[in-house]
Write a protein that binds this ligand. Structure first.
Ligand code: DON
Length: 300
């Protein structure tokens, strides 16, 4: 495995040179584009790492999986009365369909609109509970959110503000839009490492075994929903292409992370900040393709 990791990193690192670090959230443009790391944890708990897998970066959209986990634990599958679980050909920050009269809810929890509508369903102190859940799963008590990235997104995230206000105007969220946004921006700013992502991924891949309480849902239904929705929408409008080329339930974030859960087998966390034209880590995507081929990871 050590040799496989070394080779897939070497084969794909050039892809980072063709990508661009996200700059629409100003604080993200400061990250070092040369960081590249991978961590894999198998079902027996063996950990394999290579490169910058202990460097912290913001989780961004990968937090949508955790938000969905908590919303399902709080409400069971009633969550899907307010957000769909279908695929989409639209990018992550799509807005226009929310204003079509026949659209009653965002298409899935992986696009920004769907994530805001999902987080809005978490009970109590949302960010505290999201942080606690990630700390529990990763056994990393230092997990917190970056105030700098949070404020950077809060002061510039006009598109997300438009989405939240449209959601409210159309009655798709009950919460005040600015409050819903505040939680969403905070959850996106949570700092993790590639190894933290691998721990979350193996937790999901292992049928969400290990939590003290699952609230309103049983753990098999929880993990099946997470894996299915990651497969259908985790890579947004190229989820179908990714399913064919990689075939592993995954979620990416504009911070450069990819989290991939191979059911019953392994959790993978990758970090490389430069993004491709669809907003996914360019080297991360390449690494997932190589790994899937070499280790026969596709679920299809
Ligand atoms: O809402 C945003 O635009 C960011 N906080 C998260 C977007 C993101 O990570 C898209 N993923 N590839």
């Amino acid at each position: 495995m050590e040799k496989v990791l070394e080779e897939v990193l070497e084969e794909n690192q050039v892809l980072a040179k063709h990508g661009k670090v996200a700059s629409y959230i100003p604080a993200l443009s400061k990250v070092n584009p040369n960081h590249l790391g991978i961590c894999i944890i198998d079902a027996n708990g063996n950990t394999y790492k290579k490169g910058d897998c202990e460097v912290k970066f913001t989780i961004q959209s990968i937090s949508k999986v955790i938000g969905l986990m908590l919303a399902l634990m709080d409400n069971g599958e009633k969550v899907f009365e307010k957000v769909g679980r279908e695929g989409t050909e639209d990018p992550f920050n799509t807005l226009y369909k929310l204003d079509l009269p026949y659209i009653k809810k965002p298409v899935n929890p992986m696009i920004n609109a769907g994530a805001i509508a999902t987080t809005a369903q978490i009970k109590g102190d949302k960010i505290k509970r999201i942080l606690e859940l990630i700390r529990d799963i990763t056994e990393n008590l230092n997990i917190d959110y970056s105030r700098e990235v949070y404020l950077s997104e809060k002061t510039t995230g006009e598109k997300n503000k438009a989405i939240a206000h449209l959601l409210r105007a159309r009655g798709m969220i009950d919460e005040e839009p600015d409050e819903a946004l505040d939680h969403y921006f905070k959850q996106c700013s949570i700092e993790v490492t590639a190894c933290d992502l691998a721990k979350i991924a193996i937790f999901i891949a292992n049928g969400c075994k290990g939590l003290k309480s699952y609230g309103e849902i049983n753990r098999k239904t929880l993990s099946r929903n997470l894996l299915a929705i990651m497969t259908m929408g985790g890579m947004y409008n190229i989820s179908g292409q990714y399913a064919a080329e990689v075939g592993v339930p995954s979620k990416s974030g504009v911070g450069g992370g990819i989290m991939a859960a191979v059911p019953g087998r392994m959790g993978i966390g990758i970090f490389s900040p430069p993004l491709d034209e669809n907003g996914h880590s360019a080297a991360g995507y390449g690494i997932m393709k190589s790994l899937s081929r070499r280790l026969d990871l596709s679920i299809f």
